[in-house]
Design a protein around this ligand. Structure first.
Ligand code: ADP
Length: 607
């Protein structure tokens, strides 16, 4: 829809009209058919003729001498693309009028002067000898693609020079008019009144034959070229450059030759017409809908191939129509189909890509989750397995049996709670679980996770220093928060070398409790910091260090803290260490001062 609306908007704009003009030129230049035979010839007033006759002031005298020779060859009409509107030497004018009188069907040129308000016509002496007057107006914009067949000012209308010459050569009666066309004899010309009866000139493939005035003077037999043809008399010399106009073939042409080409168009009776206004709109609608539907119903390489084929077909449409003499300005159609293709293709591309990325991420996530669960379960399972094996294989005393049974019980409980936590976190992340809303002391959660982490720290001979813990009450899920703090402490131990220290520091700020866990381990760079909360992300350093991990822990911690209306801040420097700060709101309780005042000062050293 967007593509269609934009195409309509663009298609009716001025730049589109210019592009359509150029498209016409290209279509025209690449589809000219040979096999044409001239039915007109130019009687050219070229440079050499002008020099010989002594300049334009002797033109009438020369024409009076030359025309009888030309007309002796029996042309079918003589179209004069000259302005003969002034009286010059009476004798010469009389001679020329006499020469015109010896010619069949002379058409004399008239033009509009003084800002389109008055006709400039031939003088009476010539008018009397002519069969018709006609306008010699070409209509370049800036290329002479069309010529208006009628021109009217001051309530006086003249047909085009070529049209009158055509009518006279066919010895047809008056031109019959209807709103949509003109009829000359049996020829119907699709020239609508709405377009000032303008038609496209079907330029002939090679140039119109021409004979110069000088040639006629020196080789009178050259006039035979005009036999049975329409003579177009006019200037072709360089100084008539003003009268050289651009053609759709990209070359300049004199006005008189353009008139002769219009005549040839009329004579051939093959007319290119503009497509009806509704046609480009309809074509654009179909093209846009096609491009859209391809990407709705097809996908992958099939969609791309179909889209390419559709584009080719749509591009061929104007050419196909043109070979049937219908010109459809392609800018609306092509801008529409391209826009629709680009929009649909990009939409398709991004949707498919997103789907693919999501399915890939889901796959990896699933694999990682399995890995994580199996890895975490291994330790308690090994303990259970070992204890039960010992119990069955050896005859143990009651105390030992009790000890192993307790171990099996506590490890299976741990296993069950681990599975529960994992499932809870998964459901929490999917937004499927409501958080427990218990009130408990921050210290109880923190100390529990610190106790668990201490076991790990001891193995690496690390110190674990804990500052004052406020007595603040937290509302939420105790087990999940313990899991979160334990995870951060576990990472601090995991990603630090042996015999370094870990510090846990609490503070109150803006009604929130800040728990900072600092280590002096491998640290992370700024790129890692942007990604560590993404599921399964592991820093390159962590991967290369051989420390086992799944990259899932921090995403879970982050989710838990977020569910408690808190946030996590991280500062880190490569090789120097990291500080993870959990910021949580606390429930109504003792004042901040008394919180800090009552804090228990503890330092745990596990060296
Ligand atoms: P895991 O530790 O299982 O890889 P986490 O989600 O807990 O997964 O951590 C993600 C990544 O963040 C780790 O792989 C590591 O690269 C980095 N990371 C987390 N904590 C620290 C830390 N204290 N020091 C350095 N890097 C850390």
């Amino acid at each position: 829809m967007l593509g269609f609306a934009a195409a309509l908007f663009f298609g009716w704009s001025k730049p589109a009209a210019q592009l359509d003009g150029q498209a016409y030129d290209w279509l025209f230049a690449t589809s000219q058919t040979p096999g044409w035979q001239a039915h007109s010839a130019l009687l050219a007033i070229d440079e050499a003729s002008l020099i010989e006759m002594g300049g334009p002031r002797n033109l009438r005298k020369t024409l009076a001498e030359v025309l009888p020779r030309v007309c002796a060859a029996k042309p079918t009409a003589v179209a004069v693309d000259l302005m003969l509107s002034t009286i010059e030497d009476p004798q010469t004018d009389a001679d020329l009028a006499k020469a015109f009188a010896q010619c069949p069907s002379v058409v004399l040129g008239a033009d509009i002067v003084r800002k389109d308000s008055i006709w400039e016509e031939p003088i009476a002496a010539f008018r009397q000898t002519s069969a018709a007057l006609a306008h010699v107006h070409a209509d370049p914009d800036p290329v002479s693609r069309r010529i208006p067949l009628e021109k009217a000012v001051n309530q006086k209308r003249y047909w085009a020079l070529a049209l009158e010459a055509f009518r006279l050569s066919k010895q047809a009666g008056p031109i019959l008019e209807s709103p949509d066309d003109l009829n000359v004899g049996l020829t119907r010309i699709p020239a609508a009144r709405a377009t000032a009866r303008s038609i496209y000139i079907n330029y002939v493939p090679s140039s119109i034959p021409q004979v110069t005035i000088k040639q006629i003077r020196h080789q009178p037999e050259a006039a035979l070229q005009f036999s049975n043809k329409v003579v177009f008399l006019g200037y072709t010399d360089q100084s008539a450059a003003r009268d050289r106009l651009m053609t759709p073939m990209g070359s300049l042409m004199t006005g008189v030759e353009i008139h002769a080409n219009l005549f040839e168009t009329l004579h051939q009776g093959i007319f290119v017409t503009d497509a009806a206004v509704t046609l480009p709109v309809l074509f654009t609608l179909v093209a846009v809908a096609g491009a859209g539907l391809i990407f709705v119903f097809l996908s992958g390489s099939l969609a791309w191939a179909a889209a390419a084929l559709w584009l080719i077909l749509v591009h061929l449409a104007p050419r196909l129509l043109f070979s049937n003499q219908i010109f459809l300005g392609p800018s609306m159609l092509l801008s529409g189909v391209w826009l629709a293709t680009i929009v649909s293709a990009s939409f398709h591309y991004f949707v498919i890509r997103k789907q693919w990325q999501k399915s890939e991420a889901d796959k990896t996530r699933y694999q990682q989750a399995i890995h994580f669960v199996t890895h975490e379960m291994k330790t308690p399972l090994t303990a259970i397995q070992g204890s039960s094996e010992l119990m069955t294989r050896y005859k143990l005393n009651e105390d030992k049996q009790k000890q192993f049974a307790q171990m099996i019980h506590s490890e299976s409980k741990r296993l069950a709670s681990m599975i529960q936590t994992f499932l809870d976190v998964e459901r929490l992340a999917e937004g499927e679980m409501n958080l427990k809303q218990d009130n408990f002391a921050l210290a109880s959660v923190l100390l529990a996770s610190l106790d668990r982490a201490r076991v790990l720290a001891e193995r690496k001979e690390m110190t674990l220093d804990v500052g004052a813990i406020p007595t603040s009450q937290i509302t939420g899920d105790k087990e999940l928060l313990e899991y979160a703090f334990y995870n951060l402490l576990n990472n601090a131990v995991k990603y630090s070398p042996e015999r370094t220290g870990i510090e846990c520091h609490c503070s109150l700020n803006d009604g929130k409790v800040h728990v900072a866990i600092r280590d002096y381990g491998m640290g992370m760079d700024s790129n890692d910091l942007k990604k560590i909360f993404d599921r399964f992300y592991r820093s390159k350093r962590a991967e290369e260090s051989g420390i086992s991990g799944t990259g899932i822990g921090l995403s879970i911690v982050n989710e838990i803290v977020k569910q408690h209306q808190g946030r996590i801040e991280v500062e880190s420097e490569l090789g120097k260490g990291s500080v993870f700060t959990v910021i949580l709101p606390f429930a109504q309780g003792p004042s901040l001062d008394s919180d800090i005042g009552n804090a228990n000062q503890r330092t745990t050293t596990a060296r």
